[in-house]
Write a protein that binds this ligand. Structure first.
Ligand SMILES: [Zn+2]
Length: 336
């Protein structure tokens, strides 16, 4: 390796000088920045180094999302059993966004109920303290029955996504699916939930008339899951994608950054092949989801569904987070 470098540097010096700027942290961050819009700015905000981005406009009326509760990793390992913050800091009204997809949400985090002909698949569960208000009561308000939850699929074992798993598992006895690596994380929580099903990469999870596809995309955690979820809007089919773990930091290992980058690229190809034209996420700020939900509720007959953003925007979202990860990696490798 060293030898190769010594030989190559003199030969490629002029090319290297030209090529280098495109592979620095600054250049990758600039590549992400060039693609920013309301579909991805919040994701970049948590994935890219340094807060160079404007705050996304996801702030709900009456105050911004609780940055502490919503911060990456907040509650991780705690099973969401930390002190319950005041309700007004986190409570948000959920809503139906497609014929078969419902957003159960706090100001900071979202879970998704996929309604099928044979019950409900729940993707993520929010912090434990929000279980009653946002999952149980939230579902009932939307005409869904929590006892119909047949599967809980957890994007990754951080408390803001799996905090309510134990309560829901104990109460309604659904199957719980995580990647093996994140079952290891979950087992280290203070009050772990019961190990159930291991996700596999490319797994097709079918319940009744609906099949979601699960991909293991390590990077944010060792077993982060990402999803393709078929949805319908007044009967018209669309495909939603969720990138299940987004935030990176200076503490993210080089190995995890490399994994994040390769999986973001791989998932972008998968998503492209699937025709996905809808972005969903598990933090509301990623794609301005609270404002999008409000627009959905105010939607008039004949108006487009605010969640249908088109294939190009879905690909762009994954390019943005990939460029953010490349930026971190370049900085790690001494190319700031
Ligand atoms: Zn997380």
């Amino acid at each position: 390796m060293q030898m190769a470098r010594l030989v190559l540097i003199p030969i490629l010096s002029s090319a290297a000088v030209l090529a280098q700027p495109s592979d620095t942290g600054t250049a990758h961050k600039a590549a992400a920045t060039a693609l920013l819009n309301s579909n991805n700015t919040g994701a970049a905000h948590l994935a890219c180094p340094a807060a160079i981005f404007p705050e996304p406009s996801a702030n709900p009326p009456g105050g911004g999302p609780p940055r502490v509760a919503g911060a990456p990793g907040a509650g991780r390992g705690a099973g969401g059993r930390g002190a319950t913050p005041p309700r007004e800091n986190w409570y948000a009204e959920g809503g139906q966004v497609f014929d078969n997809l419902y957003m159960l949400t706090t100001k900071a985090n979202s879970a998704w109920a996929v309604k099928t002909s044979a019950g409900i698949i729940l993707i993520d569960t929010l912090f434990g303290y929000a279980a009653q208000d946002e999952i149980v009561d939230g579902m009932k308000k939307l005409g869904l029955e929590p006892a119909e939850i047949k599967y809980i699929v957890v994007s990754h074992a951080h408390g803001d996504h799996d905090g309510a798993v134990k309560f829901l598992q104990d109460t309604y006895h659904p199957h719980v699916i995580l990647a093996p690596k994140d079952w290891e994380l979950a087992a280290r929580q203070a009050t772990p939930y019961t190990h159930d099903m291991d996700a596999t990469d490319g797994e097709k999870l079918t319940l009744g008339d609906t099949t979601i596809t699960i991909y293991i995309t390590p990077g944010h955690t060792g077993g982060t899951l990402s999803f393709l979820v078929p949805v319908k809007d007044h009967g018209v089919p669309h495909m939603a994608m969720e990138w299940g773990g987004t935030a990176l930091s200076g503490n993210t290992s080089k190995e995890m950054l490399q994994s994040y980058i390769s999986n973001a690229g791989r998932f972008r190809d998968i998503v492209d092949g699937s025709g996905a034209d809808v972005i969903i996420g598990n933090h509301t700020e990623y794609n301005d989801a609270l404002a999008r939900l409000e627009r959905t509720k105010a939607r008039k007959p004949g108006e487009a569904n605010p969640w249908v953003v088109g294939k190009a925007e879905v690909g762009k979202y994954l390019t943005v987070v990939e460029e953010c990860a490349k930026s971190w990696l370049a900085i790690d490798e001494g190319r700031p």
